[in-house]
Design a protein around this ligand. Structure first.
Ligand SMILES: [Fe+2]
Ligand SMILES: [Fe+2]
Length: 186
């Protein structure tokens, strides 16, 4: 069990989007898509931990990372990407639907953050959140993003703004520092 846990915990969940602008920041869609991949990897890591009966504390660390990442991702979409897309795309209703889906996801995120893995519903909540996000991501990537790419949205400029806001929010939440903390703890 210990080996499996360690392997799961060490597995890198970071992905890098291909830079698209002169400053090296990915455009808005590439940045958001890279976030989607990163959080999907975390959900898979969580499921492996469930399968290997990892300790509660390890599972909780991943679940909390998922919740924080999704919170930041939803916030930058709602503050920056969705309003820009809504103005430009053919079907602005897609953005309304996405906002409604965010609200439901946030409700589940709050439930996860308020409980811990000793709760027998904890794994189920994380799993359902993963399925829910999967569905939401599919709609964004198959409908909203292609429409935004077709429309006159400044994806490069928006990518810079999203990146800046994301870094600021992650710093506020203490994310993006796990590596230093891990190194210090070892
Ligand atoms: Fe979204
Ligand atoms: Fe998204």
């Amino acid at each position: 069990m210990a080996t499996a846990k360690k392997a799961a915990a060490k597995k890198s969940t970071r992905s890098r989007a291909t830079p698209a602008s002169k400053t090296g920041t990915p455009d808005a869609i590439k940045l958001l898509t890279a976030d989607h991949r990163e959080v999907k990897a975390l959900f898979q890591q969580y499921q492996e931990m469930v399968d290997h009966e990892a300790e509660d504390q390890e599972k909780q660390e991943i679940a909390e990372q998922i919740c924080l990442m999704l919170t930041v991702h939803a916030q930058i979409e709602e503050e920056l990407f969705y309003p820009a897309a809504k103005e430009a795309i053919k079907e602005p209703d897609l953005v309304n639907e996405a906002n409604v889906e965010h609200a439901s996801a946030k409700d589940l995120i709050a439930q996860i953050q308020e409980s811990d893995p000793s709760d027998e519903m904890y794994d189920a909540k994380v799993k359902v959140l993963g399925e829910y996000i999967d569905h939401h991501v599919k709609e964004e990537e198959s409908e909203l993003f292609p429409q935004a790419r077709k429309a006159k949205v400044d994806l490069a400029g928006l990518g810079e703004q999203l990146n800046e806001r994301k870094q600021a929010l992650m710093a506020e939440m203490g994310l993006g520092m796990e590596e230093e903390e891990e190194a210090a703890a070892e």
